[in-house]
Design a protein around this ligand. Structure first.
Ligand code: NDP
Ligand code: 8G0
Length: 455
């Protein structure tokens, strides 16, 4: 057997391919089958060396990347990830998913992703600033407001975007909307930090309503993984809507409610998490700060098999964070809605468990993939680009209303497309993973045909 050389990318490719194949798309539009091998090769990949000086004055070196996957619908758009696990397979999978997600937002944005195997953990602020400056020294030659507009992702937040934007401006002598996730006083959009988590919850709100008209987040038990940008704002929105957050986690372990009938995470506890995350501290450091006995801290564990009976699961940490076995436990514990804040949060086996259950017991369970459910982040980045181009700033209310409209439209596109191209026998809940993949694929395919990139 030949082992996959790019396992994460091949997983993302196979998921897309299988869902298209298991629909009537290629019967209805046979020509589109020829597009798959074309759309699956990035238009361009940039790889570069990043040397930087640590606080001891010693030279350090990392790998830098930008995958410019598809620019049919607009400039390449997608985040930058700084994490020791970053490699081309991971950035290609993320860039690939980004193409179809960005198409689902309805905005003029192409797909890309970049980053570095630099580990921000344990680094001083000065080291992070020097790294960002070196990284941008090379990246600045390849990006621009009309070419490629990066943003943050895992390990890249507001502080890093500031250092990167400052470096770009110095190297190019140009103030332009070349990055999103900027600070408010220097071109950022209100609601961008909240957008992915809020958008995820807006999307799930529509799933809940569709499955049972009149139903809402009120009193729903919600398990969330991760404790970064996406997880924090998803948790806050769930609480605002009357739901109960029963878990949060990081790469070292998970906090799970000791008694899943008691009060869930509070906004104050989430504010404490946000505070320690800025200093790159572990979640475990809060164990003594939280009310004694309220949570169990499970070192080295993910939350899924420990949360008991829940209604909603929102994986919001990283790729492949729900295994087939964990998915089976979630199903056995009655989970009804699974929606990914993270990109490719579920393994292929987990998706199979959720999709098989959806078809076996119509109305029982509904899974939404990241490329639909977490599209709110990049959508508000698209709105940040629009504000920069028009040199205006919209209010929180304006941006939040647009975000909600985009998530509702994205949900409806997924549902309607799944129904239109379904080859399933059941008349239960339509497959959102098929709907999202087919709708995103058709939109980019149409554009590529119009531009003569595919015929
Ligand atoms: P952050 O860096 O803010 O937070 C990441 C969280 O995930 C942290 O709790 C981190 O734990 C945990 N984590 C990271 N790597 C791993 C790992 N290998 N195993 C277990 N836990 C891990 O990132 P975001 O919240 O921005 O991103 C989370 C996910 O959401 C990613 O998949 C990202 O691609 C996706 N996403 C983000 C968007 C955004 O706007 N930010 C938009 C759409 C999707 P620790 O602190 O211990 O490292
Ligand atoms: O704003 C962005 O371009 C961005 C940043 C981080 C992640 C994502 C994503 O959609 O995965 C987009």
């Amino acid at each position: 057997m030949v082992l996959p050389s790019e396992p994460e990318f091949e997983q993302a490719y196979n998921e897309l391919y299988l869902t298209l194949e298991q629909s009537t798309l290629f019967e209805k539009k046979p020509n589109l089958k020829k597009l798959l091998p074309i759309i699956s090769i990035p238009e361009r990949i940039i790889q570069f060396r990043v040397t930087w000086e640590d606080d001891q004055g010693i030279i350090q070196v990392n790998r830098g990347f930008r995958v410019q996957f598809n620019s049919t619908l607009g400039p390449y758009k997608g985040g930058l990830r700084f994490h020791p696990t970053v490699n081309l397979s991971i950035l290609k999978f993320l860039g690939y998913e980004q193409i179809f997600k960005n198409a689902l937002t309805g905005l003029s944005i192409g797909g890309g992703k970049g980053g570095s195997d630099f580990d921000p953990k344990g680094k001083s602020d000065n080291e992070i600033r020097r790294f960002c400056d070196s990284f941008m020294r090379e990246l600045s030659r390849h990006i621009g407001g009309f070419t490629d507009v990066p943003a943050g992702d895992i390990g890249v937040g507001g502080r890093e975007i500031g250092y990167l934007f400052g470096a770009y401006k110095r190297y190019k002598n140009t103030w332009e909307g070349v990055l999103t996730g900027k600070g408010n006083s220097w071109g950022g959009s209100l609601i961008r930090p909240e957008a992915t988590g809020y958008g995820l919850v807006y999307y799930v709100e529509k799933m809940i309503e569709y499955a049972k008209p009149g139903d809402s987040f009120k009193d729903k038990k919600v398990a969330i993984s991760g404790s970064g940008n996406v997880a924090q704002y998803a948790a806050l929105k769930v609480i605002e809507l009357g739901g109960k957050v029963v878990s949060l986690s990081d790469s070292k372990g998970a906090f799970v409610l000791a008694d899943n009938e008691s009060e869930g995470f509070t906004p104050d506890e989430i504010a404490q998490i946000a505070q320690i995350k800025l200093q790159h501290k572990e979640l475990a450091s809060l164990e003594s700060k939280f009310k004694a006995g309220k949570f169990k801290y499970l070192a080295g564990e993910r939350p899924w098999v420990h949360v008991g009976k829940i209604d909603v699961a929102l994986p919001s940490a990283t790729q492949n964070e729900v295994s087939g076995e964990e998915a089976a436990v979630l199903v056995a514990n009655g989970v009804k809605f699974i929606a990914e804040g993270s990109n490719m949060g579920s393994t292929m086996e987990a998706i199979e468990v959720f999709e098989a259950e959806r078809q076996k017991a119509p109305g029982s369970i509904w899974y939404a993939p990241g490329k639909a459910a977490n599209a709110g982040g990049v959508a508000v980045s698209g709105l940040e680009m629009a504000q920069n181009s028009a040199r205006v700033s919209w209010t929180r209310e304006e941006v939040d209303a647009k975000l909600k409209d985009i998530m509702v439209a994205c949900f409806e596109t997924c549902v309607n497309t799944a129904i239109e191209y379904s080859s399933e026998k059941t008349d239960g809940l339509p497959s959102l993973v098929k709907g999202a993949n087919i709708a995103g694929f058709i939109k980019v395919a149409q554009g590529m045909e119009d531009l003569g990139d595919f015929y």
